[in-house]
Design a protein. Structure first.
Length: 194
């Protein structure tokens, strides 16, 4: 069952108004990356990042992440916008940042994890069973290896690890608890208050 997000009630001189809690969080420059990363989630996050950039080009933006990951292309669109805006971006891992969500978490300018959160990194995965000619399979394989190189390079850049170290680690699902993530360079610190 999906949870219903609460509304905030505020009394003003013109009466009582209600608005979504996300609107209040956006006003505070805090946004969420929760659930699967797909085209719709990327559109929402990129729009919010660009809006906050326009509102205050120097103000820090916080992205709270609790996601299993998803589409690499959608995730790279978010990554590109995070890097293209002038605002510093703080990422906070709540629960799990896995796969593409881990890459987004890792790329924050300040990367905080709550004590019982985890990061999981791995190589990109072909989303659906492939079928086709040998040449089509080779093209798919070549593209997947190219994407592996791109995501590995991003992780290396933000962790201080070499590309070879990253590719060895992402060759299988690698889970890091908060303190381990800090030690590996995936996060900056473990926090107990928000």
């Amino acid at each position: 069952m999906a949870a219903t997000l609460p509304y905030i009630l505020r009394e003003t001189s013109s009466g009582i108004h209600s608005y979504r809690i996300q609107d209040e969080m956006l006003r505070r420059r805090e946004i969420q990356c929760t659930g699967p990363i797909d085209d719709s989630a990327a559109d929402d996050l990129c729009l919010q990042l660009r809006y906050l950039q326009q509102a205050d080009p120097a103000g820090e933006i916080t992205i709270y992440i609790n996601s299993p990951g998803g589409s690499v292309l959608s995730g790279l669109a978010i990554y590109d916008v995070m890097k293209a805006i002038s605002c510093p971006v703080r990422t906070v891992c709540l629960g799990m940042a896995a796969s593409m969500a881990a890459l987004l978490f890792i790329s924050g300018d300040r990367r905080d994890m709550l004590p019982h959160s985890q990061v999981m990194i791995h190589d990109p995965i072909l989303a659906s069973p492939a079928a086709g000619s040998a040449l089509e399979m080779k093209a798919l394989s070549d593209n997947l290896m190219r994407v592996r190189e791109i995501t590995g390079q991003v992780i290396a850049e933000h962790t201080g690890k070499t590309l070879d170290e990253v590719l060895a680690t992402t060759s299988h699902d690698s889970y890091f608890e908060a303190a381990q993530a800090v030690e590996f360079g995936l996060a900056d610190r473990v926090i107990t208050t928000l």
